[in-house]
Design a protein around this ligand. Structure first.
Ligand code: ZN
Length: 149
């Protein structure tokens, strides 16, 4: 178990040090800002869509290692996914990090994101881990709300 914890820590540190998909997309199809006042994490997410598929997405901002690593992992995982697939992952992530400690919430679809389940031990950090995901949902739903379909 402690080996697993070391591995988790390593993944978070690695993504914090070298965040994937860092930056901003020029003329994005969707964008949203996320802010976690409890910790001071801020991020801006920009997306390029092809139909209902997330063709590309980037993020930038400032925040703690967990918020940054979570955003980095999120962008890696949802790139190329359809909107319903991405929204489903948001739900799964939320369920995982808020599950009771005695009931491990494991989901193969989340893959490397399992590293974020460690925040369940630190309730104050849950919002750090979910910030990028809430921001993704906001970006996706913003456009849906404006859609005429
Ligand atoms: Zn934070």
């Amino acid at each position: 178990m402690s080996d697993l914890r070391d591995l988790y820590q390593e993944v978070i540190l690695d993504h914090n040090r070298r965040p994937r998909n860092w930056g901003a997309i020029d003329a994005p199809d969707r964008a949203a800002d996320g802010y976690n006042p409890l910790c001071g994490d801020k991020l801006r997410l920009t997306l390029r869509m092809e139909g209902d598929r997330i063709a590309d997405l980037k993020f930038e901002g400032s925040g703690c290692a967990i918020s940054k690593a979570s955003a980095s992992l999120m962008t890696d995982l949802v790139k190329g996914k359809t909107m319903p697939e991405a929204e489903d992952l948001v739900d799964k992530l939320q369920a995982m990090v808020t599950a009771p400690m005695d009931k491990p919430e494991e989901d193969a679809a989340l893959g490397k994101l399992a590293v974020l389940s460690g925040v369940r031990e630190f309730p104050a950090r849950v919002k750090c881990a979910t910030l990028a995901w809430h921001t993704l949902r906001a970006a996706l739903e913003g456009e849906v709300a404006a859609s005429t379909e």
